[in-house]
Write a protein that binds this ligand. Sequence first.
Ligand code: FMN
Length: 190
Amino acid sequence: MLCIAGSPRRHGNSERLLGACADGIREAGGEPDVLIAAEAGVRPCRGCNTCSRTGACIITDDGMSDVYRRIDASDAIIIASPVYFATVPAVLKTVYDRLQPYWARVYRLGQPRPARRPGAMLLVRSGGDPFGFGAAVDTTRSVFAVLGIDCLEELRVQGPDAPRDVLEYPAELDRAARIGAGVAATARRR
Ligand SMILES: Cc1cc2nc3c(=O)[nH]c(=O)nc-3n(C[C@H](O)[C@H](O)[C@H](O)COP(=O)(O)O)c2cc1C
């Protein structure tokens, strides 16, 4: 089960939520594969649209090759991210944009849609602005749609800011663990 940590900050709030979720996955008998987006060495999409002709990204010498392999090998995908300027941080958005070949294969090349898999998103923001979680949620829903992920849960935690703040939110950490267990159970049934 691929668990993508989307923050450029290590061991912060979203990564801690993902850690709780990974514990839940293990308790349910699943195996989390944690991917740190900020350390994946992924370069930005060039917008060349080569993938619309070939179904594959023209960039083949960066960390995205490993990310593609791990996405394709996973039976579920969970994404944890902070909200940055209303959406996801650039390191995670860079990974998202490189998923365009999955879109191109279905919508440009007429290839079969990928088998559906379960997933979830875990989002955290400090609050204090009027823009909410909406753009981060919609952007991640768009990614899940392209990957054929049925998003079982969308956890939104508002308040944590400093890296350990989420430790003051035990109910949300518990919920993240239950989400992990639920996604693992669903993945096993499919
Ligand atoms: C560059 C930047 C942009 C941010 N933008 C927002 C925002 O738009 N809305 C919000 O509520 N919090 C915003 N935050 C606060 C983070 O969402 C918050 O600190 C969160 O807990 C960080 O999670 P992490 O520890 O997983 O990185 C921003 C923080 C940074 C560093």
